[in-house]
Ligand binder design. Sequence first.
Ligand code: SF4
Ligand code: SF4
Length: 331
Amino acid sequence: MLTQPLINRLCRDAGPPVTLARERCLRSRFNKNRCTLCLQACARRALTLGDNGLHHDAEECTGCMQCTAVCPNDAVTGSLDFPALLHEVAAKSSILLSCQKGLLGHDHIRIPCVGMFSEAMLAAINAVTRQECFLDTSGCADCVNSHCLPAIREKMDKLASRLQDKSKIRVNYYGDRHAPLPCSGKNARRSILRLFRKNITTLSKEAFNPAEPCSARQTASQDKKPPQTATVLLHALSQLDEKRKDEGATLLSYFFSAATTNQCDLCPLCTAMCPTGALHRKKQEEKRTLTYTSARCSGCGLCADFCKKKALTIFGGFSGDPHEAQPLAVG
Ligand code: SF4
Ligand code: SF4
């Protein structure tokens, strides 16, 4: 007999829903870190933290992707290419973002689940969309991932308040029969059978390769790469013209700033600890400078946690050019 978790796996988009990069998890980088954002976001308790760091239980995972929306350091990521999604949204006049259970239309873009969007990602979509972008939640109420509905509603409310109710994203919440849709959609439930067939192959591979289950495959890279959210926000910023300066300020409010006190002695610890390369220490002649680049900061706070002198603070919001390396301390 098929168990519910197995049915869930067979009915979701083919391929593992999330990929772990354990070396990017704050808990793996600093044993005193207490981040539990992804654990709290996971309604199925599919993510756990053990002696070997983060563990993902693919049997329990229902692919809501909420963990990917909250992890500041991209230690848990989905397969969707956000910059490509932004390009597609910017190229079309009216967009419907919809999961496999939702509606289909000539201008729809398939997404794994609405749970994947953070508020900052929604702000980026809002900035690049030309007219309106519809987020389809018509299939959510009877979906195993229905817990995403209140979460997406909360994010949309926060975004609307930041944008002073000028958001171009529309959500057709379940039960709201008068909510506008860009095209006469047809139900996509039949596609579940197609996905069922596709996923049988993936599950068979996992069964015969238990040492390396697809969903727990680690990315080998330990590179200090910039956070995905900042990359997406920068892309959205680059699309704005002079007339839309207000929206630029909203996007910048999702970036971070840093400050140091005179306790900072320019030791290299925070720069070594930063997983994204936002902090940099350079030496010119006999002068050392600690610089900070907002475009690379995820706001994870690891540097501030790790600084023994508590000389560094990270806080939300930024103004100026996020690409510019700002001097924090000179000595
Ligand atoms: S949210 Fe990210 S950094 Fe925090 S515990 Fe989960 S994987 Fe680690
Ligand atoms: S500068 Fe600090 S808060 Fe920003 S990404 Fe690096 S460690 Fe995290």
